[in-house]
Design a protein around this ligand. Structure first.
Ligand code: GLN
Length: 187
């Protein structure tokens, strides 16, 4: 069973992608709903609000605990910021992947845009939608960079954690969700 954190952001789109891929999925709002999940998707939105809501709903410790027990994590955009080990200028929240995220790092002109990305392991390019996206600083350790935009990492993976600065749930292309399902070992 894969969970989609349903506090904010593109919850329905992630749920629909998972359904199309034929896996069992549920929306998560309470700590108990995290019990025994194979993987959790944390959607985009606004990371300050997302942090507040995760705290208010008592989910932070439980996400950390389930992750320690093997639950895979996939953060998209604001969800990726929340799961980064370091956040430029802010305190980290759930430091699940050893990377530094910089919020809103694409200026006004590039606030929102779509770009075709070459993704490691995928044959054809992926149409990626960026919305006030964060950037990741180049990792210096075992973190794998699966895609770059303008020579900057935008999709990274380490063990069973994957972070992406764009919104794969907004493209009619399921290949990145599929990648996560493989990481979570449900596919
Ligand atoms: N700019 C938002 C933040 O910093 C993220 C935007 C998004 O998730 N689309 O939290």
């Amino acid at each position: 069973m894969i969970g989609v954190l349903a506090l904010q952001g593109g919850v329905e789109e992630h749920m629909s992608a998972l359904k199309k891929l034929g896996v069992e999925a549920k929306e998560v709002r309470t700590p108990e709903q995290l019990d025994g999940l194979k993987g959790l998707i944390i959607p985009g939105g606004e990371s300050t609000t997302l942090r507040k809501l995760i705290g208010r709903f008592g989910l932070r410790e439980k996400i950390i605990a389930e992750h320690k027990q093997g639950m895979a994590l996939f953060g998209t955009c604001a969800g990726a910021i929340v799961l980064s080990k370091k956040i430029d200028g802010e305190k980290e929240f759930i430091p699940a992947l050893e990377i530094t995220a910089k919020r809103n790092s694409y200026g006004a002109q590039l606030d929102s845009f779509e770009a075709m990305l070459k993704i490691k392991g995928l044959e054809k390019e992926f149409p990626a939608v960026f919305i006030r996206a964060p950037e990741f600083l180049p990792p210096t350790n075992g973190v794998e960079v699966l895609a770059e935009f303008n020579k900057k990492p935008v999709l990274v993976k380490d063990g069973n954690v994957m972070l992406c600065s764009f919104h794969p749930e907004l493209s009619q292309d399921l290949r990145i969700h599929e990648l996560f399902l493989k990481i979570a070992k449900v596919y």
